[in-house]
Design a protein around this ligand. Structure first.
Ligand SMILES: [Cu+2]
Length: 148
């Protein structure tokens, strides 16, 4: 009886883990003005998550979206492109750095960075992204927040 109970518990624990029930969902707000007073911001613009976690980009304010930047995500990772005014949930399975933008506000510096796990081997690609100066400036600030 005891043995059966233990085996049963182990099976449940394994299936919970395998189904990803331990994965967390994080939220990033898309805002006309961030709490730092800057216009057109993702908040938080830098996020550290674990592989398998999801991030929901919330359409708190209108006229924003979230789209991965070309050459700004790890090799083998899936890009994404949310529609304007729509919430989108993205699952991050591949470790690495993910740079993204709000398509209409890239020129105003509306970019964000997500670090998944501990692999930052695509850092150089993110550092050399071809994006407008204001976006570049914020991206540098976000890169400085990467955890080693
Ligand atoms: Cu925007």
């Amino acid at each position: 009886m005891n043995i059966n109970k233990t085996a049963c518990f182990a099976a449940v624990a394994v299936s919970v883990f395998a189904s990803g029930a331990l994965a967390a969902d994080h939220e990033v707000q898309m805002l006309n003005r961030g709490s730092n007073g800057q216009p057109m911001q993702f908040e938080p613009a830098f996020l550290r998550v674990e592989p398998g976690d999801t991030v929901t980009f919330v359409a708190t304010d209108k006229s924003h979206n979230s789209e991965s930047l070309k050459d700004g995500i790890p090799e083998g990772a899936t890009d994404w492109k949310g529609k304007i005014n729509e919430e989108i949930t993205v699952t991050f399975d591949v470790e690495g750095l993910y740079a993204y933008k709000c398509t209409p506000h890239l020129g105003m510096g509306m970019v964000g960075l997500i670090q998944v796990g501990e692999d930052s081997s695509n850092l150089e690609a993110v550092e050399s992204l071809k994006i407008p100066p204001k976006a570049k400036g914020l991206m540098e600030e976000l890169i400085a927040q990467i955890e080693p």
